[in-house]
Design a protein around this ligand. Structure first.
Ligand code: ME8
Length: 519
């Protein structure tokens, strides 16, 4: 904590009953890119992910695996930690809701809500979907010919009748609406904000926040027949990790909270944009600054499901296409916030088009000309022409553009802007034809290659958050020191130093070649 502006970003905490797939990797990847970007931009970053380990759904999965819930969650939580390693996520913390720090924070929040008169004892009777760990009103359900009740998410509901504590959610509708009005960017994208507002305007009922018919969860303070509703438990993770409920961490909590961003899938927006700010406001805690709901991926046009057998493990993508192309594809292919489809064809087009042909080829051409024609030494720029300045200014100006897009989680637009400069740089190579200048005008060839190398330095600095390995390899090949890769090194002041010897160039983005069909 050194006076730099803090940036706190969180992923949803994942249910451990599932194996990690591309949907989970997507959410965490978006946060990873934000966290890396903000660190490079000089912010003090906290990036949190973790696992949601309590509740009926996890208890059921443990039982069918023939294990105790604790042993089961200890084992499967590891799958999500392995994903962190495989995708090179740079999270600063990994929270498990079974940890003592989290139990303490949940009980502290509960007690505060009780003290403020926001929780009361009653009894619940209604529909509950274990798959979603959510309560549904009769009017939201459809009935199958055999009488089964199905939630809008497709999850089957069961009838529940039991004593329960309630949170006075109904009393918070007006204050929630006032909060959305006063903070137009609290929920993004805007279409999702309208949906949430319409839902709140239609009226909120008090929310059942404890259960008595199973016991895998956090006991209600002073009444341990009840365990806390798993969503109250799960949402609290965001403040647990910031230090809430631990007097020794009061200073950390005021440093990190409110979080800058909770990144979530559209399926769980209601919990984050309605319940969570209401719990927090009721406890006298500031709501997070933003909740962004991203879209869902389908696979080759189909919903991903275990029964269809089309669930894609991120590790499989990494093995087939490489880590950086996978990271690039996921954030480039689909406007962030929309649903998207993953297909092999689309992936190969991006890999061979944007990466190999555009970015890779630019880097490769320039570095090999410097190696061949200039003995691998950064040349003197000499006097710059108008066209040189134009390209350098475009590269320098990218930081502001990309920063503004990243600020609103528009990854695709940030990448569009970067690729526009890659396109301009490739056109500049063709126009200037440095290969033809070798004999005709060597100082001009040196100037052109210097301008290009400097442009590539800017591009590689900016692609670090999305493609950390490839960008590092490019910066290595340009002789950019490890401590000169922050965005503060943008612009002419920190330009490449003429006379610096460069290592021999190596390709960074190989083309994807389809395996020959086997007979
Ligand atoms: O909901 N496309 O956890 P979860 C894109 N434990 N994203 C997808 C996806 C897909 N096909 N499938 C899943 C929970 N996701 C709760 C969260 S937070 C306090 C508690 C992503 O394991 C998406 O972000 O079901 C979704 O919100 C998240 O995985 C849900 O993970």
């Amino acid at each position: 904590m050194d006076g730099k502006k803090p940036y706190y970003v969180t992923t949803p905490i994942y249910y451990v009953n599932d194996v990690p797939h591309i949907g989970h990797a997507y959410t965490t990847l978006a946060c990873d890119v934000l966290a890396r970007f903000m660190r490079l931009d000089g912010r003090d970053v906290k990036f949190l992910t973790g696992t949601d380990e309590h509740g009926q759904k996890v208890e059921k999965s443990a039982r069918s695996a023939g294990m105790t819930p604790q042993a089961f969650t200890d084992r499967v939580s590891q799958n999500f930690r392995d994903l962190v390693g495989a995708m090179k996520f740079s999270n600063d913390d990994f929270i498990r809701t079974t940890e003592p720090r989290h139990v303490r924070a949940c009980q502290a929040l509960w007690q505060t809500l009780v003290d403020k008169g926001e929780i009361y004892l009653g009894s619940y009777h209604g529909w509950y979907a274990v798959r979603d760990e959510a309560f549904y009103g009769e009017d939201e359900l459809t009935t199958t010919p055999t009488g089964r009740k199905i939630a809008p998410s497709g999850a089957e509901c069961e009838w529940v009748e039991e004593p329960s504590y309630f949170f006075r959610l109904s009393a918070w509708a007006d204050r929630l609406l006032a909060h959305y009005e006063a903070n137009p960017d609290f929920i993004l994208p805007p279409g999702k904000r309208s949906e949430v507002m319409a839902f709140v305007k239609s009226g909120l009922k008090d929310l059942s926040v404890s259960r008595t018919t199973f016991d895998w969860g956090i006991p209600v303070p002073g009444d341990d027949k009840h365990i806390m509703y798993v969503w109250l438990d799960a949402l609290t993770n965001y403040i647990t990790a910031a230090g809430y409920g631990d007097p020794a961490m009061a200073e950390d909590f005021s440093h990190w909270w409110p979080a800058d961003l909770h990144m979530v899938g559209k399926d769980i927006l209601r919990f984050h944009a309605i319940y969570w700010p209401a719990f927090l406001m009721a406890a006298g805690i500031a709501p997070p600054l933003r909740v962004f709901a991203h879209g869902w991926w389908t696979i080759e046009g189909q919903k991903m499901s275990k029964s269809l057998g089309n669930v894609i493990a991120p590790q499989a993508l990494i093995e087939t296409y490489g880590l950086d192309p996978t990271r690039y594809f996921l954030l480039r292919e689909v406007p962030f916030g929309n649903d998207g489809d993953f297909s092999h064809r689309a992936m190969v087009n991006r890999l061979n088009g944007d990466l190999a042909n555009d970015y890779g080829n630019l880097v490769q051409r320039v570095l090999s000309m410097i190696a061949k024609n200039l003995s691998g030494i950064v040349p003197e720029p000499g006097v710059l022409a108008e066209s040189d300045r134009r390209l350098l200014d475009a590269a320098d100006g990218l930081l502001g553009t990309v920063r503004a897009e990243i600020e609103v989680q528009a990854f695709h637009k940030a990448l569009d802007a970067i690729w526009a400069v890659i396109g301009a740089a490739n056109r500049y190579v063709d126009e200037q034809a440095p290969w033809a200048l070798k004999k005709k005008d060597p100082p001009r060839m040196a100037a052109v290659l210097y301008v290009l190398a400097e442009t590539i330095r800017h591009l590689a600095l900016l692609t670090q958050p999305i493609m950390p390995d490839a960008s590092a390899r490019i910066l290595d090949q340009l002789g950019v020191a490890a401590d000169a890769r922050q965005f503060a090194n943008f612009g002419p002041v920190h330009a490449l130093t003429p006379g610096t010897p460069l290592p021999p160039p190596q390709g960074v983005f190989p083309r994807f070649v389809e395996a020959a069909p086997t007979a």
